[in-house]
Design a protein around this ligand. Structure first.
Ligand SMILES: Cc1cc2nc3c(=O)[nH]c(=O)nc-3n(C[C@H](O)[C@H](O)[C@H](O)COP(=O)(O)OP(=O)(O)OC[C@H]3O[C@@H](n4cnc5c(N)ncnc54)[C@H](O)[C@@H]3O)c2cc1C
Length: 232
């Protein structure tokens, strides 16, 4: 039997894994991140390192974003391990080409008894929920039957649903992360990628406020928007 889940995520720092629910771990070190941001300012304003303050750093990044000098944001990056999100979500994420990914393989991992993600709207409707669960069971049974018939995992996986829980490790520089947030935290983006991006944004706002502090979060509709110009 497959299991349903939507686990919201708990930001955890790399070397101190807080896993209350534990679906997203950030491979990002606060000190290294601050260092990288300061190095950006020093690189641009040669010899400034000794004179950099929190305020000068914030103003420097702010001006660079507004004026379109976005390439300086490419020197710092973050990695996230995302658990408990669907294959539909990962398919959307990997469309962002300037990031790096490593995803759980369906050729090597047996997906018998897979977990699946339940969209909140389906959860609210008992009739839709019964239909949805029935289909997940059927997909799981068909997958198991194909495997029993000697079919390889790489062939049996063709019956697996988009809802299936996957795991992905994702790394991107700050410029690309801002591009992703601009696109995927808009109201028009899908709920699941919005949720995951919001969790990533919150981690980055804590770790690198001078680069991500300009995003204003709307918790009610799980969106966020930059008050500065968009990064392209
Ligand atoms: C709300 C929403 C709905 C969507 N619906 C669909 C859909 O129905 N069907 C579908 O196929 N996709 C859909 N997408 C995905 C969308 O088309 C993009 O593939 C995805 O958002 C990645 O955007 P990007 O290419 O701008 O960014 P990235 O791949 O993250 O690249 C970042 C930036 O780098 C630059 N760049 C990257 N590669 C190139 C290149 N080869 N040439 C020139 N510049 C480059 C661009 O400036 C780009 O914005 C949707 C996206 C969103 C946000």
């Amino acid at each position: 039997m497959p299991n349903s889940r939507w686990r919201t995520t708990t930001p955890g720092r790399r070397y101190r894994r807080k896993t209350l629910i534990g679906a997203l771990e950030a491979g990002l070190d606060g000190e290294r991140c601050a260092e990288a941001v300061r190095a950006l300012e020093d690189a641009q304003r040669r010899g400034a390192l000794g004179r950099i303050t929190d305020e000068s750093e914030k103003n420097f990044i702010r001006k660079s974003i507004i004026s379109g000098h976005h390439s300086i944001l490419e020197h710092a990056s973050a990695s996230f391990r995302i658990l408990g999100a669907s294959r539909a979500f990962t398919h959307q994420l990997v469309r962002h080409r300037l990031a790096s990914y490593s995803q759980q393989s369906q050729r090597y991992v047996d997906e018998a008894g897979f977990n699946f993600i339940l969209p909140p709207e389906i959860l609210k409707n008992s009739e839709a929920l019964a239909l949805y669960r029935g289909f997940m069971n059927q997909a799981a049974e068909t997958y198991a039957s194909l495997r029993k018939l000697g079919m390889k995992k790489e062939d049996a996986r063709f019956v697996l649903p988009n809802a299936l829980e996957s795991q992905i490790v994702f790394s991107a520089n700050f410029r690309e992360l801002r591009t992703i947030f601009n696109l995927r935290l808009a109201r028009s983006a899908q709920w699941e990628i919005r949720r995951v991006c919001l969790l990533m944004l919150k981690i980055l706002q804590a770790e690198a406020p001078s680069v991500f502090g300009d995003y204003v979060i709307n918790e009610e509709d799980q969106t966020a928007a930059s008050v500065l110009s968009k990064v392209t």
